[in-house]
Design a protein around this ligand. Sequence first.
Ligand code: FIX
Ligand code: ZN
Length: 439
Amino acid sequence: MSETGLETHELQREVESALAEQPIIDLHTHTYPPSFGTPVANATGRVDPQGLMLWGVDELVTYHYLIAEVFRVVPATTLPYEAFWRMARPEQADHIWKHLFVERTPISEACRGVVTTLSKLGLDPNTPTLEPIRRWYAEQDPSGFIDRLMDVSNVEKITMTNEVFDANERSRWLADPSIGADPRFSAVLRIDKLLLDFEGASGSLREWGYEAGLDLRERSVQEARRFVREWLDRMKAIYIAVSLPPDFHYPAADDAAARAGQTVLEQVVLPVCAERGLPFAMMIGAVRNANPGLRGGGDMGGTADITAVVNLCREFPQNKFMVTMLSRENQHELAVTARKFGNLMVFGCWWFMNNPSIIEEITRMRVEMLGTSFIPQHSDARILDQLLYKWDHSRRVIGKVLTDKYADLATAGWRVTREQIRSDVRRLVHDNFLEFVGR
Ligand code: FIX
Ligand code: ZN
């Protein structure tokens, strides 16, 4: 304990520089490297209309958060959903830019995110049209652009969400397993359908050559395990993930689909995770398609039953669980649950929680209840450029909370040192995750 303690007025500067200089592991995104193809016009001239790598101003402005917001100000009674979806992407982006950025102040978090992103790229967001910005993007090389984003946002590694039940993505992995070899990206096996709709999933597994029947007798369990193992190997996935609705219960409610999901969880997913030493991530509280007209923007959240998490952590001590919850009302009890179970890692301020006022509330509570034994944030970026704003905005809020907590600690008589701040920050945004996934 050599270093002299920092003065209170020095804490903010030290915390901010520690956060800025610490490379981050982004443990959950929906982004992809160029090997998955890109529909965005770029300097290489290679465009794949079904490509999964989303970047650039038209994707940024048509983020589903902003589509939901534009239908608040230009309702579907004025512009029907189908008419919007028939528009080409740039036309959709122009519509959103006009109504949310030109005719109104872009003050919402999602709008401010676009402004931060463009500014960090050296582009002027104060423009009546997107044309000049589009021209700039068309000159960019996709892979070089990713390097630039990771450098500016100081993100060391990006974790994908690889939807094995998505036909477009699955066909790409089967066609060329090396598409996952980009060292900047890690893969995650996402299996919502396997747990939420095993009847449908088992039909797909049989089509793909796995003898997995809805009966879930021994043969089916073994075949479903083979499916999971083979895809973990193909993707070199670092964890398995699902999103679950607010009415997810463990033990399951008394309906066939929920019961089948429970059996798959108990006899397929958790045993394979345990044998591989991989965490099972549960993102709990998503209500899909509340408003189908908004497509990806039509989902919402709901308060879930924390006892499902408690029961799983208690009854499967050999498993590691990563949990984030979508409802503000679940955050306190989730932090309490993490105090009870060392095999539970709480992470991120997910989706509708990813707003500065709520990030601050959740992070402050987690530091007070869990010290530095949690992972404060993930970006959930869908468009690669979003790394710039998601991490800039979150770093600022996390920094504010840490500065306050260190000031409280110093007031209590502890000598807070630069060294301690740097090692705490490294733990929070880098090592906690790597250690938990066993890397
Ligand atoms: O389930 C998820 O991974 C969610 O993050 C997404 O479905 C959601 O659409 C999203 O992008 C949230 O930010
Ligand atoms: Zn997500």
